[in-house]
Write a protein that binds this ligand. Structure first.
Ligand code: ATP
Ligand code: MG
Length: 564
């Protein structure tokens, strides 16, 4: 008997399952599946479905299968299968030995179709795709029966067999369910079950030249795997009667319950494989794992953690009405997670030289700096300090406005974990007039970060020692689109791509403790944001960091402004 533990909050799907357990509908079993089509990489919308299906199975001590829903040879391939396997694993879920392929059911599905023909419930139809559409009718107009609808069983069996044998061209015939051309539900107006497609399938090669349609294959795949709860997105609500019709007409032993929920929509991105494929193929991004993509591969490379994604999915919950989730919520989930776990280090993205005039040449001190202000368990590292430093260009202004509290001539600031320094003069490039070097003095009495005479500074800035720091490339990633809904207007959604979604900084300087940072390791660059070493391009010789997310939400302000 399945027992329920109390962890995740309930929702309408879990309530349905509770009821089924109460009335013993599936003899106490709970079996779900996640059924991606391997025609693209998984995105954050899929993650919602993964978390839901695997989450329910874990909660009710049931099972969740991973099934490749690979019944359409066009666009499916092994690379996508591999990526799906990697991504679901990475999210933290385990299907044990239950990895299935709908393409393994082709023979069984064919036999089911033969049974329906024998029962007079399916027929071979010569109408073309266009003619079928014309015959289908509309919401207000009933459909028209196909002239081939009353073909005899023997002829249907013969034609279907010859369809399979490859005797006919694509489009010459289809197999249709014989249901009701006047049904108010258009899905029930003799839907197509099989069509001829002379394409190579990545698993079955050219063994088949007829392929089952989703509505026919999906319910039967669920039934074959003895799924109890077939959870899918809302657009399949009208298909549920058809799902049930096939299973009822075939009198199969296992009849799963289809339940629909609202798909995830996320602002400032697109979550449809078709559009993501376009971004990849037209090279708007560097690939499926471009850190700006909403794919799990992209998000992983960007520095997202499975925990942050799972938390996000739990937070948004499941509902029966479509809605759009604010991208800020996803960004906040990763911020929260990294705030707890990311070691703090110092990195200067746009370096400006600082000379401490009264610090002895050749002298080096080492400051012991904790990795996390609240978590001493994370330990500390030594950060070298010397006469020549780099600070962030934007932390110095020659002509500061009133409320600028950082460094300028005559002002004193604290160096993070170190001394107070005071700016005394600047050196400029004689050609451009640009400040290229800032001269400061330090107060040796302020090593603790505080002045014995009690004087205060208004700002603390980060820095690295020029002789010790490492060069690095930093990739500043931002939202892929500059508008909340890139699909709102009729125009091409790529017009709304954010041209500032990637800025590459090649002359950054990072503290020496980052030498040899493992691929994908995460850090907070103090005062700058959360970053990770790029798992693809970073190496010991050439460090590359990706910005996962800024420390604060800078888009909130922008959209406030737009509202005004
Ligand atoms: P797309 O619309 O991106 O092409 P799809 O539904 O065709 O997606 P599938 O590979 O068939 O992609 O999806 C596998 C599972 O993931 C399905 O059960 C589907 O309902 C679910 N899924 C897909 N997109 C979302 C989403 N945005 N939110 C929640 N679940 C989703
Ligand atoms: Mg689909």
């Amino acid at each position: 008997m399945v027992q329920k533990d109390s962890s995740p909050p309930s929702d309408f799907i879990r309530e349905i399952i509770d009821e089924h357990l109460r009335i013993n509908r599936f003899k106490g079993r709970v079996a779900t599946r996640f059924p991606p089509e391997p025609n693209g990489y998984l995105h954050i919308g899929h993650a919602k479905s993964v978390c839901l299906n695997f989450g329910i199975a874990a909660q009710y001590k049931g099972t969740c299968n991973l099934r490749m829903d690979d019944t359409d040879p066009s666009g499916e391939n092994q690379e996508y299968v591999n990526s799906i396997i990697q991504d679901v694993k990475w999210l933290g879920f385990d299907w044990e030995d239950r990895l299935y392929y709908a393409s393994d059911y082709y023979e069984q599905l064919y036999q089911y179709a033969v049974q329906l023909i024998k029962r007079g419930k399916a027929y071979v139809c010569n109408l073309s795709a266009d003619e079928i559409r014309e015959h289908r009718g509309t919401l207000t107009k009933p459909g028209k029966e196909s002239p081939y609808r009353n073909r005899g069983v023997e002829e249907n069996l013969d034609l279907f067999k010859r369809m399979r044998a490859g005797e006919f061209d694509e489009g010459a015939y289809v197999l249709r369910a014989k249901i009701d051309m006047t049904s108010p539900n258009i899905t029930m107006r003799d839907p197509v079950m099989y069509r001829i497609k002379k394409e190579n399938h990545y698993r079955t090669g050219n063994k088949w030249c007829i392929y089952p349609m989703y509505d026919f294959a999906h319910c039967l795949s669920d039934s074959i795997e003895r799924i109890t709860h077939s959870i899918c997105t809302l657009e399949f609500e009208n298909n549920r009667p058809l799902y049930d019709w096939f299973l009822d007409e075939l009198k199969v032993e296992s009849h799963p319950q289809q339940i629909e929920f609202a798909r995830l929509n996320l602002s400032f991105t697109v979550l449809s494989k078709r559009r993501l494929i376009e971004l990849v193929e037209k090279r708007y991004v560097s690939g499926w794992n471009d850190p700006r993509m909403p794919t799990l591969a992209g998000m992983r490379r960007r520095g997202f953690t499975p925990e942050a994604i799972r938390n996000f999915c739990e937070r948004i919950g499941v509902a029966k009405n479509d809605s759009v989730i604010d991208m800020a919520l996803l960004e906040n989930s990763i911020r929260e997670d990294l705030n707890g776990r990311a070691p703090r280090v110092m990195a200067v993205l746009r370096p400006l030289r600082v000379v401490i005039d009264n610090y002895p040449e050749g002298q080096i001190e080492e400051f012991d700096c904790p990795y996390h202000p609240q978590d001493i368990e994370m330990g500390s590292r030594k950060v070298p300090f010397s006469r020549l430093l780099y600070i962030e260009k934007e932390d110095f202004l020659e002509n500061p406005p009133k409320k600028f509290y950082r460094l300028s001539i005559g002002r004193e600031v604290r160096l993070r974990y170190g001394y107070f320094i005071k700016c005394v003069s600047v050196a400029k490039d004689p050609n451009t007039g640009e400040v290229v070097e800032v001269h400061c003095t330090y107060d040796p009495e302020t090593r603790s970060g505080f002045a014995p005479d009690g004087r205060k500074v208004d700002a603390t800035i980060h820095w690295v020692s020029a002789a010790h720091s490492l060069s690095a490339e930093v990739r500043l990633y931002d939202r892929l689109f500059r508008v909340a809904n890139p699909l709102e207007k009729d125009s091409d959604f790529t017009e709304y791509l954010n041209s500032k979604s990637l800025e590459i900084l090649r002359s950054c300087q990072v503290e020496p403790s980052l030498a040899g940072a493992a691929p994908g390791s995460q850090f907070q660059f103090e005062r700058v944001g959360y970053f990770c070493t790029d798992p693809v391009d970073s190496s010991d010789r050439a460090l590359v960091f990706n910005r996962t997310v800024t420390l604060r939400d800078s888009w909130a302000k922008i959209s406030e402004k737009e509202k005004k």
